[in-house]
Design a protein around this ligand. Sequence first.
Ligand code: ATP
Ligand code: MG
Length: 194
Amino acid sequence: MSDLISEKKKNLRQEILRIRNDIPKDAHLEKSRRITEGVLTLPAFLGAKIIASFSSIRGEVDMHFINTRMASLKKQLALPRVNADHMTLSFFAVDDLETLVPGAFGILEPNPAHHAEIPYEALDCILTPGAAFDVSGYRLGYGGGYYDRLFSRLSAGIPKIAPAFDCQRVPEVPRDVFDTPVNYLVTEYKIYSF
Ligand SMILES: Nc1ncnc2c1ncn2[C@@H]1O[C@H](COP(=O)(O)OP(=O)(O)OP(=O)(O)O)[C@@H](O)[C@H]1O
Ligand SMILES: [Mg+2]
């Protein structure tokens, strides 16, 4: 990865995360609700059985609305655990969000002693976090390459859906060869497909 691209990613990440952090609490909840309602209208979501989602941190779209509804939607929720040694994610079946425990980075994670692991091949749809998204669906994450590594191991047809605030849209995200675009970006105003 070139230092120049890396530096550009770092700057854009800081800028957008600062803006996202400034969304007032009420607006954050209301926008999160609208975004998750939008996700629920996507055929790529509706047609999936096993859904990889995430526990929200750092001002991310609040995924609680959707994560708590998976059972009534007849979906299996899969949440990731960070393997810091390999910088990879492992997914586990979660039926009760109360059983999650804080893991690496303080994110609420499944506990392998209580949740069954779901292999990557079984995931039907990936709800993808991120800092910024561009007009071609390219994604800027938090700098660990975790989702880039996951995407490189999935078959190309698995839909990647990014729930994100409108303020996270940018004209262009700096691109490295390993960066993979998402298929859908769902904001509080609009659904973009790429
Ligand atoms: N498929 C891959 N295999 C191995 N390393 C990878 C892969 N994809 C990305 N990386 C490594 O991950 C590091 C971080 O990449 P990048 O800055 O794009 O992270 P990011 O997309 O912001 O992070 P994340 O995916 O965790 O949200 C890079 O140094 C890169 O070498
Ligand atoms: Mg990346």
